[in-house]
Ligand binder design. Structure first.
Ligand code: IPD
Ligand code: CA
Ligand code: CA
Length: 269
């Protein structure tokens, strides 16, 4: 395992202890509302602090983009390397005791993810990938699914729940895909949704309005598992636009066609 990935796994395991302990006592969680439908708990913050401590100890000069600390941590701002951290992806699930959440840590070089860890602490499922080195679930190689047709595909998504500017376009896509696919699921933790595409549990995925920390780990997992990721036009601007389509190569192309046909002028690729 690449030394940086090893450190990332240690950091994720440290955070998982905090999360698993807190999951035993969710009635006593202190929940704060950041914006409409955007919650943060002391668990998100403690998990993030633990992750940053481990990463900084090993690589003090790397930049950091972490959800709960904003971009304020750019110490080592001159570095070409940056950690992109979501300490608890799926906070709404976590608060409700709904067991679908994860820790996502990516290392980017000049903005491109090169190492990735997505860890589901409840199921002890550790997804890892290194650029050019493949993707793994608990150290076993994973590949995207072999599903060829949308009508047989299980598709993951995230519903708009905070910003509703593009809800009509989203619902038009949903309506068409509801008819054309075998099923659509909204588990509620984007990093894990992407990991599920990488290991073939989902054949494809789409969501609008994601943040870099939701995607950075998962997109490398998918690429290294033989899948494709793109923005709504199939290009590479998803980390900037937050709008993401992913899947095995066949399903990716079919999803993109449906999504593109419902794009409205205000909806960025
Ligand atoms: C959210 C989850 C959710 C997705 C949202 C994300 P958070 O992350 O990944 O599935 O639909 O867009 O913001 O806030 O729980 O870390
Ligand atoms: Ca997230
Ligand atoms: Ca989060």
């Amino acid at each position: 395992m690449h030394p940086a990935l090893n450190i990332m796994v240690n950091a994720a395991r440290r955070a998982s202890k905090i999360i698993n302990r807190a999951a035993l006592d969710i009635e006593h969680l202190q929940v704060t509302i950041k914006r409409q439908s955007d919650f943060v708990t002391e668990v998100d913050k403690a998990a993030e602090a633990a992750i940053i401590e481990v990463l900084r100890d090993a690589y003090p000069d790397y930049g950091i983009l972490a959800e709960e600390s904003g971009e304020a941590l750019g110490r080592g701002g001159g570095s070409e390397y940056q950690w992109i951290i979501d300490p608890l992806d799926g906070t709404t699930n976590f608060i409700h005791g709904f067991p679908q959440y994860a820790i996502s840590i990516a290392l980017a070089h000049r903005g491109q993810p090169i190492q990735a860890t997505v860890y589901d602490p409840g199921r002890n499922e550790l997804f890892t990938a290194s650029k050019g080195g493949g993707a793994f679930l608990n150290e076993r190689r994973i590949r995207v699914s072999k599903c060829l047709k949308l009508e047989k595909a299980l598709i993951g998504t995230g519903f708009p729940y905070r910003v509703y500017d593009h809800i009509d376009a989203y619902l038009a896509i949903f309506k068409e895909l509801a008819r054309k696919t075998a099923g659509i699921r909204r588990p509620g933790a984007a990093a894990l949704d992407l990991a599920y595409v990488a290991c073939g549990r989902f054949d494809g995925f789409w969501e609008f309005g994601l943040s870099p920390w939701d995607m950075a780990g998962g997109v490398l997992l998918i690429a290294e598992a033989g899948g494709l990721v793109g923005d709504l036009a199939g290009n590479d601007s998803y980390l900037e636009s937050g709008n993401l389509v992913a899947g095995n190569p066949r399903i990716f192309a079919q999803l993109l066609q449906v999504i593109d046909s419902h794009r409205t002028p205000g909806l960025r690729a």
